[in-house]
Design a protein around this ligand. Structure first.
Ligand SMILES: [Zn+2]
Length: 302
């Protein structure tokens, strides 16, 4: 059976069709419609396109930002016309086949664990560091989805109190409704927020990264970011204890991030205990669609 994977973003929809051996057969990119009926229509249309290529029904997986409300099956994603709409159920009704709808960080985790940097490891946690901070845990090729569906949303763990206190970091309301989440400090916007708190200057994340070699204040800020993120990795070790951590998201593109974070994780841990290997995601921007396709195929395959 051929597999369709869709990466549903706020501005574009990337659709990829995979052959039985998981080689990319065909891809297509369309603009994300702004109205809900048009969005459903566009997705149904893409499935029809994939069915045509496969000469039969494909399995369907869709990865998108946000979550599904487990009580009513409605999408929680502020950047999509599907927000507060039962998109998964509407697609199942329109297509007459199972549809796997999953969080985009979960899709990335599955892709990296099965096809990417985490391939040699049984237990892989993908940590997505970008506009938001999220992740997903895959064990033996299966996404660990959990009871509430919020597993992997590690950006909404609390920031470590000792580092907040030591560096006078701001404790602010998070978009999730909680306060003091680590995402408010280590996301791209969080790094800028810390820069403002520590130096009084308004700088973007790329400016801070670029300046860290010349400006000692920016170097210190980067060290604080590494210490906070290392603390999050330590939390993952104390709970899920993965064999490997794969970094995704925009901040993972910073050349020194793997080395600096690996060093910081070693310093933050229990003395004498090894840390999991930290690697950069191998699949790039295409990882999401491949992971969604694999998740959809797993459902269709039973
Ligand atoms: Zn939060």
């Amino acid at each position: 059976m051929m597999a369709l994977g869709v990466d549903l973003g706020g501005t574009k929809i990337e659709a990829q069709v995979f052959a039985d051996d998981w080689h990319l057969h065909e891809r297509r990119r369309v603009a994300t419609p702004a109205s809900y009926p048009a969005l459903v229509h566009a997705l149904v249309d893409l499935v029809g396109w994939a069915d045509g290529l496969a000469d039969g029904p494909v399995s369907v997986g869709i990865g998108a930002a946000g979550m599904i409300n487990p009580r009513n099956g409605r999408v929680l994603a502020a950047n999509l016309a599907a927000h507060d709409k039962p998109l998964p159920a509407d697609l199942v009704a329109a297509l007459g086949r199972p549809v796997r709808y999953l969080n985009d960080s979960h899709a990335l985790a599955l892709s990296e664990a099965v096809f990417g940097a985490g391939q040699p490891f049984a237990s892989v946690f993908a940590l997505v560091l970008g506009t938001g901070v999220g992740g997903g845990h895959v064990r033996d090729g299966r996404l660990q989805t959990g009871f509430s569906g919020t597993g992997g949303e590690v950006g909404h763990l609390p920031a470590p109190a000792h580092l907040v206190q030591a560096h006078g970091l701001p404790v602010v309301d998070c978009a999730c409704g909680r306060r003091g989440c680590i995402e408010t400090l280590i996301s791209g916007a969080g790094l800028a927020r810390m820069a403002h708190a520590m130096t009084g200057e308004t700088l973007s994340a790329p400016q801070i990264i670029a300046a860290r070699g010349d400006d000692p204040r920016m170097a210190q800020l980067w060290q604080v970011w590494c210490a906070l993120t290392a603390d999050l990795v330590q939390t993952l070790m104390r709970t899920l204890d993965p064999d490997c951590i794969v970094l995704g998201g925009g901040l993972s593109d910073i050349p020194v991030v793997v080395d600096d974070l690996t060093r910081a994780v070693g310093q933050a841990g229990f003395a004498g205990f090894d840390s999991p290997v930290i690697l950069r995601a191998a699949g790039g921007a295409a990882s999401g669609a491949r992971g969604a396709a694999y998740a959809g195929w797993q459902v269709a395959d039973g």
